[in-house]
Ligand binder design. Structure first.
Ligand code: ATP
Ligand code: MG
Length: 388
């Protein structure tokens, strides 16, 4: 039974530190309003419960909810091939692992495509007092305020893959025999103009929202157009959309290798970074290192900027090395709650309050071990809730 006017949120705590940071999220939600919360398993947790990493009933519940909050997926891997990829990636079957063993990460991929959340937003902002952990010169890291907009439901994570001997098409070199030396596999990157256009629009609209007096809207599109066909179409379509509808947005194009370098040497030059699925996965982990810890980053996966709903999750994975110790940094998860309030539930003022509370708690010196402090997950969460 749904309560009228009360947002329904599906909680997917998942694996490893997922349930620990999800507990922090529910504390914050309890402090800011009334929500109808429904919990379901995903990832290794769901494989144990249902035999699959994302059950049909779970996807159906997510599709009907006003927003979905995800912890992390990956730890407690089932089968030898499960390589952790957390919120970020598909992972892959390890060498020699059966390709058909259920992988926890497949649950997240199926959830993203099942919900159609093609635009993944990852805001990266300098946190009060923690730039000293950055490997960068503090004066460069001090003014980082950017958003990575990553295409999330296309590209190489979703294209056909398998053994080269089963690869469709003429003229593909196919190794003969069965020995290990003959092993050859493939992944395919596919993008349509429509897929590129819709995520480009999201990035341009976001740049407009972020513009301030003296800071015009700015988008940096990242590709590998000197090598990849998909990247050439990417660059072409992004430029067309800009020329047609976003003449006020300053657009530049960078090759992904150059972007990777500039993120380290001059992160302050970026505002909105628009890129495809795998490049976005890699670059956003790089941005995490710039501001200090993966544990602080949040993400929103949307079907467009004004669409409402969506999937909200911290950028970190299941962190099996610290799971169960009560020391996971809950900030990435709590900032994901703020993104959910802002983009998913259109409660911008409450979202601002949660973000301010995080800033205040960090500025007052409460820090988990990944930020150089000794606060537990519970202490960090309490400090944030108290300053709400
Ligand atoms: P997965 O396979 O789920 O991605 P992983 O081993 O790759 O797991 P991540 O979660 O990606 O681990 O984390 C990478 C590193 O960052 C780990 O050392 C982890 O302990 C640390 N880390 C990640 N999230 C947090 C967090 N919320 N608080 C503290 N440390 C974190
Ligand atoms: Mg990881």
């Amino acid at each position: 039974m749904r309560r009228a006017g009360v947002p329904r949120i599906v909680l997917l705590p998942g694996d490893g530190i997922g349930p620990e940071v999800m507990a922090a999220a529910t504390e914050v939600l309890a402090a800011v309003g009334t929500f109808d919360l429904a919990e379901h398993p995903i990832g290794a947790d769901a494989i144990r419960a249902y035999g699959v990493p994302l059950a049909d009933r779970t996807l159906a519940a997510c599709a009907e909810a006003d927003a979905v909050l995800l912890g992390a997926v990956g730890a407690g891997a089932v089968g030898a091939g499960a390589v952790g990829a957390g919120a970020g990636a598909a992972g892959s079957a390890g060498a020699g692992a059966p390709h058909d063993a259920p992988r926890p990460e497949q649950g997240v991929l199926d959830l993203r495509s099942g919900l159609g959340v093609y635009a993944n937003l990852r805001p990266v902002r300098t946190m009060p007092g923690i730039t000293h952990l950055s490997a960068l010169r503090t004066d460069r890291a001090a003014d980082v305020d950017l958003v990575v907009v990553r295409e999330l439901t296309g590209g190489i994570y979703y294209g056909p893959r398998g053994d080269v001997r089963d690869m469709p098409g003429e003229g593909v070199p196919r190794p003969a025999g069965d020995g290990p030396a003959r092993r050859a596999v493939f992944d395919t990157c596919v993008y349509s103009a429509d897929e590129i256009e819709r995520v480009a629009r999201t990035a341009f609209e976001l740049a407009r929202e972020r513009a301030r007096p003296g800071r015009p809207p700015r988008v940096t599109s990242v590709d590998k157009a000197n090598v990849l066909t998909t990247s050439r179409l990417w660059r072409e379509v992004v430029q067309e959309v800009a020329d047609r509808d976003f003449g006020d947005v300053v657009l530049d194009h960078l090759l992904v290798d150059t972007a990777a370098m500039l993120l380290v040497t001059d992160p302050g030059r970026f505002d909105v970074i628009l890129t495809e699925n795998m490049f976005g996965d890699i670059l956003s982990d790089e941005t995490a290192a710039i501001i200090g810890s993966l544990g602080c980053l949040a993400s929103a996966s949307l079907t467009g900027l004004g669409a409402g709903g969506g999937l909200f999750e911290p950028v970190h994975g299941s962190a099996p090395d610290i799971a169960g110790k009560g020391v996971a940094n809950p900030v990435g998860m709590i900032l994901s709650v703020a993104l959910m309030l802002r983009f998913g539930l259109r409660m911008a003022e409450v979202a601002n309050a949660v973000e301010a509370a995080v800033q205040n708690a960090l500025a007052a010196g409460t820090r988990t071990p990944d930020l150089g402090g000794d606060a537990t997950t519970t202490q960090m969460t309490n400090a944030i809730v108290k300053s709400l």
